[in-house]
Design a protein around this ligand. Sequence first.
Ligand code: SAM
Length: 248
Amino acid sequence: MKGYDDTSYGAAFADVYDDWYKDISDIDATIADLLDLSGGGQILELGVGTGRLAIPLAYHHDANAIQVFGIDSSEPMLTKLRDRDHEHRVKASLGDMVDNLPEGPFALVFVAYNTIFNLRTHQAQAACFAAVAARLTPGGRFVIEAFVPDHPPRHGDDISVRSLESDRVVLSISRHDAEQQLAEGQFVEITEAGGVRLRPWSIRYATPSELDEMATVAGLALEQRWEGFGRTEFGADSARHVSVYRAP
Ligand SMILES: C[S@@+](CC[C@H](N)C(=O)[O-])C[C@H]1O[C@@H](n2cnc3c(N)ncnc32)[C@H](O)[C@@H]1O
């Protein structure tokens, strides 16, 4: 999308993110699995955003001694995180999830809720695997939560209504390029009082097997795959996956 860069998502969504996406996943199950997978070592979240997961993780009673780090390319998203992080438990920094990762080493690096797809080329996603692998402890884990692309993949334009009120409508307009594995769109919010507000997003999706290949190239091996946190069983019809990759 012309004019879209790594700061666009956060600039457009920081004000509504916590409200719109508060119920997208089971946070308690996610935190329990992440703490278990970390084995008590340092944790890094890529695209940490407003701290939807990093804050409950860092403040969990079982995480007292665990250092939680986060990286995000959006200052407005990190401002939301810091506003909630009263005890400064999350070491969050502004930067790119390929080029600016903290040194580590980390027992667990995770990237939740399709955020790996914010890297909009195969090369950038593969580079992310390599950067993470270089910062894992021996036996450390890289956990990815993402959707499984439709099969056959969606192609063409789409429009739907996200919400409808008497003085406000939010339309979801998207475009899908199956060949390039790209999807991009706008949430268009129209209100009587405020006029029009655009919230753009753009992703490059990958299948679980393409992610597995990137992991292999980076020297990581698939240890487990679930449909979701809480360790629900992954199957041929699963629309989502949580994949756990492990360093030697
Ligand atoms: C869908 S939000 C997810 C936020 C959080 N992980 C969660 O699960 O609620 C995606 C986040 O990735 C960030 N992001 C996008 N591209 C990035 C990049 N190249 N490097 C670091 N963060 C990025 C955005 O600013 C945004 O905060």
